[in-house]
Design a binder for this molecule. Structure first.
Ligand SMILES: O=P(O)(O)OC[C@@H](O)[C@@H](O)c1c[nH]c2ccccc12
Length: 257
């Protein structure tokens, strides 16, 4: 599947039309995750659909969802901008950036410098970079380029071998451990537990995907995660805000009023 997505991305890059610069301020994802609202950081994802689950939320209003996330104490927002496989859009990110005040991360398959520039122009504070999509050296170049442009990065790995190979080239400030295998789509929180011990002390790591319950959050927190990245379970909740309070075992005012 990843191979197919990357093929599409290459075609998109060939015909990419550069958007105009959005004049927006930069917000720090690294700082937000270091000083989270709760005991563990939360990156809440705006996600309409995915290749593994199909349509996740039909009643989808990206700006409203993002505002609700912010009000419910999310530390940052991840916005899927891939159109073909995730029904996202780069315009969603720009609109969300303008209506919120927390850091906004662009979630896409970024494999080329042109997409880094595009991310800057649409107003992203941070971008996702995925180990294994390009050689580690190239990933490092994209990482440096993002920082030169004033953006930050979440560098995602799926396997211990990917992380050790990456660390031989560079040490990202913020590492994402994806519990979902992008080749098979299976999720397992034991991924986080297995890979956590390889994360250098000075780095923060985020446990991504397949987190649905308070027990799940507690489990990855115990493994050392400084944050969680959650999409689907919020998108399927009655409202995203109910999803957040439930995930953190908090009582919910919306249900009692
Ligand atoms: O919806 P979930 O299971 O809570 O997962 C969110 C996020 O981790 C997932 O969307 C994701 C993680 N890495 C990615 C890379 C590309 C696209 C999507 C992703």
């Amino acid at each position: 599947m990843l191979e197919t997505i990357l093929k599409t991305k290459k075609q998109e890059i060939d015909t990419l039309s550069m958007p105009a610069y959005e004049q927006v301020e930069k917000r720090s994802l690294y700082q937000a995750i270091k000083h989270p609202t709760r005991t563990v950081g939360l990156i809440a994802e705006v996600k309409k659909a995915s290749p593994s689950k199909g349509l996740i939320r039909a009643d989808f209003h990206p700006v409203d969802i993002a505002k609700t996330y912010e009000a419910a104490g999310a530390d940052a927002i991840s916005v899927l901008t891939d159109q073909h496989y995730f029904k996202g859009h780069r315009d969603f990110l720009t609109a969300i950036k303008k209506e919120t005040s927390i850091p906004i991360m662009r979630k896409d398959f970024i494999i080329d410098e042109l997409q880094v520039e595009e991310s800057l122009r649409i107003g992203a504070d941070a971008i996702l970079l995925i180990a294994g999509t390009v050689p580690d050296q190239k990933l490092f170049e994209l990482y440096q380029s993002a920082h030169e442009k004033g953006m930050q990065c979440l560098v995602e790995v799926h396997a211990a071998s990917e992380l050790s190979s990456l660390l031989s080239v560079f040490t990202p400030e913020l590492i994402g451990i994806n519990n979902r295998n992008l080749k098979t789509f299976e999720t397992s929180l034991s991924q986080t537990e297995e890979i956590a011990s390889l994360v250098p002390q000075q780095c923060t790591f985020i446990s991504e995907s397949g987190i649905h319950t308070f027990e799940d959050v507690t489990r990855v927190q115990k493994a050392g995660a400084g944050g969680v990245l959650v999409g689907e379970s919020f998108m399927r909740a009655e409202t995203p805000s109910i999803g957040i309070t439930n995930l953190f075992g908090e009582s919910n005012d919306e249900t009692t009023s």
